[in-house]
Design a protein around this ligand. Sequence first.
Ligand code: 13P
Ligand code: SF4
Length: 303
Amino acid sequence: MDNAIVEEIKRLKKQRNAIILAHNYQREEIQDIADFVGDSLELSRQAAQVQCDVIVFCGVHFMAETAAILNPDKTVLLPEIEAGCPMADTVNVKELKEWIRKYPSSPVVSYVNTTAEVKALSYACCTSANAPQIVKAVPFDSIIFVPDKNLADWVKKQVPYKEIIAWNGFCPTHQMIKKEDVIQAKKAHQDALVVVHPECRPEVIELADHVASTSGMVRFAKASQAKEFIIGTEVGLLYRLKKENPDKKFYPLKSTMICPNMKLTTLESVLAALKENRYVIKVPEDIRIKAYEAVQRMFTLMS
Ligand code: 13P
Ligand code: SF4
C-alpha cells in the first residue's frame, strides 16, 4: 500500500516539477520521500534556492509561510493545514505593536517560528541555529525577542552585553522536559552525552553537554568521539541520527517529546497535496515584502 503511494507521489512530483522539503521532526516515511530534510535554517535556505514550480513543505505552517515569503512565484503547499506551531501562535500582533511603541529603540528580532505578520514587524529573523550570532550582529544594544523565552535566555547568556526584552512564549514539546528528567536519563545512560535544543528550559540547558539546533545535533553526533547520546528534542530527529550514525546509540531524553503538529503529515496527505493542489500557502504582498526583508537580513547578517 505504502509503496503504491510512494510511487504515485514520485510520479506526480515529476509531472508537477515539485520538490519535497521535510523538517527533521517529520515521520520516518516522510523523511524518506523528501528531497531534502533539515532544520529551520537549512529549509529556509533550500526554499530560497530551489529550482521548481511547486514546493511541498512537510513541516508546520510558519515553515511553509517562510518558503512562500521567499518564493512569491512558486506554489507552496502545506499538506496538513492544521499543522501549526503553538509557540508561534503566542505572539499577538496587537500586543507586539504596543511593545514596539513602548520600546522605540529596541527593534524586533523574531525567531523564525512566527507568522508572516510578525516577521513583517521585525528587523531580522533568526533560527535556533544562528540566534546568538544574529543578536550579536544586529546594530542595536537592545532588542525585543519573540516568541521563545528559553531561546532568549540562552542567547542572553552568550550576548550578556545586550538588553533582550523577551516575549513569554515557549514550545510545549521542549518545555515538558524538567531538570529531573535529565538527571534520570544520565543515570540510565552513564556514558552518554546530553545534547539538548535551545528551546529547553534554562535549568535543562545548564545540565547539557551540548546545545544545538536539530541539524546542529546531527553534525555534533557525527563529529563527536562519543558513542552514546541522550537527545533532548522532538523524537523524530532520532530517525535521522540513527540512520546517519549506525555505529552510535541515541536515546530520547523523554519518549513523550512529540510535536503533534509535526506528526500530522502522512504519505496520504502528501499525495493529496500534489493531486489536489492543497493547501496553497500565500502571503499578502504588502506583508510578504516586509517579512522578506527580515528573513533576507538574517542571511545577510550571517555572512
Ligand atoms: P530547528 O530545526 O531549527 O532546530 O527547530 C526546531 C523546531 O522546533 C522547529 O519548530
Ligand atoms: Fe512549534 Fe515546538 Fe512543534 Fe517546533 S516542536 S513546531 S516549536 S510546537
